[in-house]
Ligand binder design. Sequence first.
Ligand code: NAD
Length: 444
Amino acid sequence: MSAEHAAIGGDTRTALADRIQSRAARIGVIGLGYVGLPLAVEFARNGFDVTGFDVDTRKTGDINAGHSYIPDVLASDLHDALASKKLRATSDMSTLGSMDVIDICVPTPLRKTKDPDLSYVVKAVETTAAVLRKGQLIILESTTYPGTTDEVVKPILEANGLKAGRDFYLAFSPERVDPGNPTYQTKNIPKVVGGMDEISTDVAAAFYRQVVDTVVTVTSTRAAEMVKLLENTFRAVNIGMANELALMCHRMGIDVWEVIDAAKTKPFGFMPFYPGPGLGGHCIPIDPFYLSWKAKQFNFEARFIELAGQVNASMPEHVVTRVAEALNAHKKPMNGSRVHVLGVAYKRDIDDVRESPALDVIELLMRRGATVTYSDPFVPEIDHGPHQMKAVSMDSAIKAGADCAVIVTDHKSFDYPSIVASFPLIVDTRNALKGVKSDKIFGL
Ligand SMILES: NC(=O)c1ccc[n+]([C@@H]2O[C@H](COP(=O)([O-])OP(=O)(O)OC[C@H]3O[C@@H](n4cnc5c(N)ncnc54)[C@H](O)[C@@H]3O)[C@@H](O)[C@H]2O)c1
C-alpha cells in the first residue's frame, strides 16, 4: 500500500482516491435490495462503472431487463444507467476481484432467539476475501453491532495474508435510506463514515463524496456502527413510549393523538412520535437488539431497548383486543366474524412487509377464529411463513359481509370516506380517520 500513498498538495492521497475522483474506479455492490440497488444506480448515474452482485438471480435478471423492484429507484434512472453501460447486475462473483471498491449491503436479521444473524455478512465477506487484492476499498453498510467490522469482517479479509490498513482499506458506513421518503434519498441524506484507520476513512469519505452531498467522518468503524444503532434505538424507544402512552390514554379515556398534536406545538424540546399497531421493517424492530446483544458481552443490560421492545411487541395483541371490543359492541364474538385488514405493508405507501405488525395482527385474529381478508394496493400477496394470502378488493370484502375493518397501514390511496361509509365497524390504529366522528370507529 505504501506505494499507493502519495502526498499531493499536502494531503495524504492514494492512487485509489485519484481513480475515484476521476470516475475510473470500478464499483461493486454486493446485495441489491432496498439499500444496495439505489446506491448502485446513484453511482452509475454519476458516471462510475458499477457492477451489482446478488445471489438472487431473479433480481439480477430484473435489473438487467430494466425492471426496478425497488419503488424508490425510478425505472427511468435504471434505464439510463443500463443504456450508458455503466450498470450491470450479476450472480457470478468471479469479477468481484476486479472491483476497486466493494460495498457490502446484505441483510442483517435476527435469529429467533433475538441474537444477531451475521451469516449473510460473513458469506459476502468470505466471497470478497477469496478475491481480495492490494489497493481495494471494502465498505460494510449493513446495520450491525459495534465491533463487527473490526472483529468479524477484518479477520476474514486478512485470512489470506493481506493486512487491513497496509494492503487494503476497510470502513463501515451505515445506510440511512428511508424507503418511500420523497424528500430524502441517497444524494441528500448525509453519510457517516468510519474507517479502521485514518487513510481508510479518507478514501471511503472521498468515495461517498462523489454522489452524496454531505459526508460526516467519525474516528472508528465502531463509532460509525454505533451511530446507526443510536438513530434506530432512539426511534424504537420513543415509539415505545408513544405506544405506552396510547395504552395509558385508552384506559383513561383520553385521545392520545389529540394530546400528541397539541404537545408538538411546543417549538423546542419536543419531537412527536406516534403510536401504532407495532413496529415493522428491517430496521427499527431489529437493530436495537443488535446493540443490546453486544452490550450483554460487557455485562451491561440495555434496559430502555428491552422495555421498548416489550411495549412495541405487545401492540398487535392490543389491536386484536380492540377488534374484539368493537365486535362486542355489536354483540358479535371474534370466532366466526369476518375481519378485513386494510394495509399490510409495515408503513404507508411502500410494499415492504418484513416484520410488519399486520402479519402478527392477522395471525392473532385467525387464532381467535376470525375469517381474515386484506387489501393493500402495494402488496398483492403475502407469502411469509404461515401467512399465504392474496389481497382482495375492499368492495369484495364488504360484499362478503365483513363485520369489521382494521386500518393497520394508512396508505394514502385508501378511500377513507368509503371505508367509513361501508364497514359496520372500523378499528383505526393510525388515526387515519382523524376528525371523523362515528360510533363505529374504534381507536387504539
Ligand atoms: N431497508 C431499509 O430501509 C434499510 C435502511 C437502512 C439500513 N438497512 C440495512 O441495510 C442492510 C440491507 O438491507 P436491505 O433492506 O437492502 O436488504 P434486502 O433484503 O432488501 O437486500 C439484501 C440483498 O442481499 C442479497 N444477498 C444476501 N446475501 C448475499 C451474498 N452473500 N452475496 C450477494 N448478495 C447477497 C439478497 O439476495 C438481497 O437481494 C441491512 O443490514 C439493513 O439493516 C436497511
